[in-house]
Design a protein around this ligand. Structure first.
Ligand code: PGA
Length: 252
């Protein structure tokens, strides 16, 4: 069944101490006031994973890394493997974020390796897709997103696809304060679900959670989450404030 999911993406923000404080505040709010049927995920920097995982109630708050190495282990200086991420207590891995694709040249080939390793370790990938402004203005956003999916997660067999959470994040809406309209977000998510139904089956499409990301906030989350195909959000800026993040968790 599709799950409701609100995942925070802290990006390259907070020291370990600040991150632990934030995680503790979120944890406290989730335990006392959070909607029980919403899966909460905190996407922290690698350095924070273990401390954050130890500071939250793992039955209510999950921890994610924002990336992982494309290799299982070995001589890859500076890289952090999925098994290392797993050993911290984290259970999710955000993959293919547009900032990683753009600034660190992550290609579909790299992402396929990361997806395979993440699934092999039993962690849940939150696979990001989404188009840049020029593509949206040219009216080719659907073809673009379709290609991103066809080159990666649509190569997976059904049982693996079922383990993935998809996050659609139009690049022009990330950190810009310019959210996609509720209709634009719903249209794209319905399109993605339709692609899954065509490629796999309608039943499979109904099992997969698809999130919207891009300036999702305490103010607009309610509208977005009321749409039939939007199962939650991947939240950047607003996940750095515990009260805002709680409001988003409670916006369904
Ligand atoms: P934003 O970031 O909510 O700050 O726009 C979302 C994301 O990049 O995941």
């Amino acid at each position: 069944m599709r799950k409701k999911i609100v995942a925070g993406n802290w990006k390259c923000n907070t020291t370990v101490k600040e991150g632990v404080e934030l995680a503790k505040s979120v944890n406290e709010l989730v335990l006392t006031k959070g909607a029980k049927d919403v899966v909460v995920v905190l996407g922290t920097p690698f350095t924070h994973l273990i401390s954050v995982a130890e500071s939250v109630d793992s039955s209510r708050v999950n921890v994610a890394s924002q990336n992982c190495a494309a290799e299982a282990k070995g001589a890859f200086t500076g890289e952090v493997s999925v098994s290392m991420v797993k050993s911290t207590g984290a259970t999710y891995v955000i993959l293919g974020h547009s900032e990683r694709r753009e600034y660190y040249n992550e290609t579909s080939d790299t992402l396929n390796k990361k997806l395979a390793l993440t699934l092999e370790q039993g962690l849940t990938p939150i696979y990001c897709c989404g188009e840049a402004l020029a593509i949206r203005e040219a009216g080719s956003e659907k073809e673009f997103v379709k290609q991103q999916l066809e080159e990666t997660i649509f190569l997976l067999p059904t049982e693996k696809l079922l383990k993935i959470v998809i996050a659609y994040e139009p690049i022009w809406a990330i950190g810009t304060g310019k959210t996609a309209s509720t209709q634009q977000a719903q249209d794209m998510l319905a399109f993605i679900r339709g692609l899954i139904a065509d490629k796999y089956t309608k039943e499979i499409a109904e099992e997969i959670s698809i999130l919207y990301g891009g300036s999702c906030s305490a103010v607009n989350a309610n509208d977005l989450f009321s749409q039939p195909d939007i199962d939650g959000g991947l939240i950047g800026g607003a996940s750095l404030k515990a009260a805002d993040f709680l409001a988003i968790i409670n916006a369904f």
